[in-house]
Design a protein around this ligand. Structure first.
Ligand code: DP6
Length: 322
C-alpha cells in the first residue's frame, strides 16, 4: 500500500503544546499544502513478527527516528487490535535537509498507508487526529488545499479540516533555501521552550483574532489582508523564539536580506509576503502570475542557495493499492 502526502506551510503558526505527548497545541493554526513536493510511503505487513522495519530515503532509519515512528505505529496497533509489525519505505521528492517540515508529510502518508494495510477505514477527521500524534503539523497535511487545525483541548477535539480546496486560490510558495544544515533545535524541542518566553502569553491571547482574519482572507482571496496577518504571525512566533530560555534564533543574515527585499518589492507594487518556520529558510508567498518574477529575484539575493516553488496541494491519498 503506498500513500502520498504533501508537506504544508503554516500561515498561522503552531508553537507550544498543551499536551506534548498527543501534540495538542495551545493555539489553532492554518496552512497551505505544498503541491509538487511530497512524501511517498510504501507500507506492508512485516512477516517478522517482532519489530518494524523503517527505511527513510533508501537508508535504514537511525535509532531516534525509529523510536518515534514505532511509537506512532503503536497507536495503529492499538486501533486495529492486532499485534502486527510493518515494513516501511518512505521517500521525499524534496531535499530532506531543506528545512521543509518533512515530518508533516511523512506522518500523514504513513498514517493513511498503515491504517489501510490494517483494513482500517478512518474518516478524514479521524485520520488527522492519528497523524497529529506522529507530528502536530502532520494533521494539516491530511485534508486538501487550505487547512485549519482546530486546537481543541484533548484528543477528540483537536483535528484538522479543509477551509478551501487547492483550486480556490492560485498562490505560489517560493521557498528560498538559505542553509541545508540540519537545524540545531528541532520543533519538538522548541515547543517545550515556548512558555519560557514572556511574549508567548500575548501571542496566544491574540491568536484567535489572527485565525479569523486569515480564514476570511483565504475565503475572500484577499492577498493584502493575508500578507499582513501572515507576516505578523510569523514575526510573533519568532519574537517568542528569540526571547525563550535558552533563546532560539533561527534567522541567518540572508534570511533578513530576503525579508528586507520583500518589503521593498511590495513598495514596487508586487503582492508578496514572507513566513518563516523553525529554520533560516524563507517561504515567500505570491499570486502565481508573479511567481516566476519573484523566484528569479530571490535567486539573485546573495546567500540564497536554491528556490523551490509549490502551488496549493491536494489531500493525502493512496496511489498504489497492491
Ligand atoms: C514552526 O509539527 O514539526 O513549523 O508536533 O513536535 O512534530 P511536532 O512539531 P511540528 O511543529 C511545527 C512548527 C512550525 C510551525 C507550524 O508548522 O505550524
Amino acid at each position: 500500500m503506498t500513500a502520498l502526502a504533501h508537506p504544508n506551510i503554516a500561515l498561522i503558526k503552531y508553537w507550544g503544546d498543551r499536551d506534548s505527548n498527543l501534540h495538542i497545541p495551545l493555539n489553532g493554526s492554518i496552512s497551505m499544502n505544498l503541491g509538487g513536493l511530497f512524501t511517498r510511503a510504501q507500507v506492508s505487513l512485516n512477516p517478522n513478527p517482532q519489530r518494524d522495519e523503517l527505511r527513510l530515503n533508501g537508508v535504514t532509519a537511525n535509532p531516534d527516528d525509529y523510536r518515534r515512528v514505532s511509537a506512532f505505529l503503536d497507536h495503529i496497533r492499538e486501533l486495529s487490535g492486532r499485534k502486527v509489525y510493518f515494513t516501511i519505505n518512505s521517500h521525499n521528492n524534496f531535499p530532506t535537509s531543506a528545512g521543509i517540515a518533512s515530518s508533516a508529510s511523512a506522518f500523514a502518508a504513513l498514517a493513511l498507508a498503515a491504517t489501510k494495510v490494517c483494513d482500517l477505514d478512518l474518516t478524514e477527521p479521524e485520520l488527522t487526529r492519528l497523524a497529529r500524534m506522529g507530528s502536530g503539523s502532520a494533521c494539516r497535511s491530511i485534508p486538501a488545499g487550505y487547512v485549519e487545525w482546530i486546537a481543541g483541548y484533548n484528543h477528540a477535539t483537536s483535528f484538522a479540516r479543509s477551509i478551501a480546496p487547492p483550486e480556490h486560490w492560485d498562490l505560489t510558495d517560493c521557498i528560498a533555501l538559505i542553509s541545508q544544515e540540519p537545524k540545531s533545535t528541532s520543533s519538538t524541542q522548541g515547543h517545550a521552550l515556548a512558555s519560557s518566553s514572556p511574549l508567548q502569553a500575548a501571542r496566544l491571547q491574540t491568536a484567535e483574532q489572527r485565525l479569523q482574519t486569515c480564514r476570511q482572507a483565504i475565503l475572500d482571496r484577499d492577498f493584502n489582508a493575508l500578507a499582513q496577518v501572515v507576516e505578523l504571525d510569523s514575526n510573533l512566533m519568532h519574537s517568542v523564539m528569540i526571547t525563550s530560555t535558552p533563546p532560539l534564533l533561527y534567522w541567518q543574515p540572508p534570511t533578513l536580506a530576503v525579508m528586507h527585499a520583500i518589503q521593498n518589492w511590495r513598495l514596487d507594487g508586487f503582492q508578496v509576503c514572507y513566513t518563516i518556520d523553525a529554520g533560516p529558510n524563507v517561504h515567500v508567498l505570491c499570486p502565481t502570475q508573479q511567481a516566476t518574477e519573484i523566484a528569479t529575484r530571490l535567486r539573485n539575493i546573495p546567500g540564497v542557495i536554491q528556490v523551490l516553488t509549490a502551488r496549493p496541494g491536494g489531500a493525502t491519498r493512496i496511489i498504489e493499492n497492491e
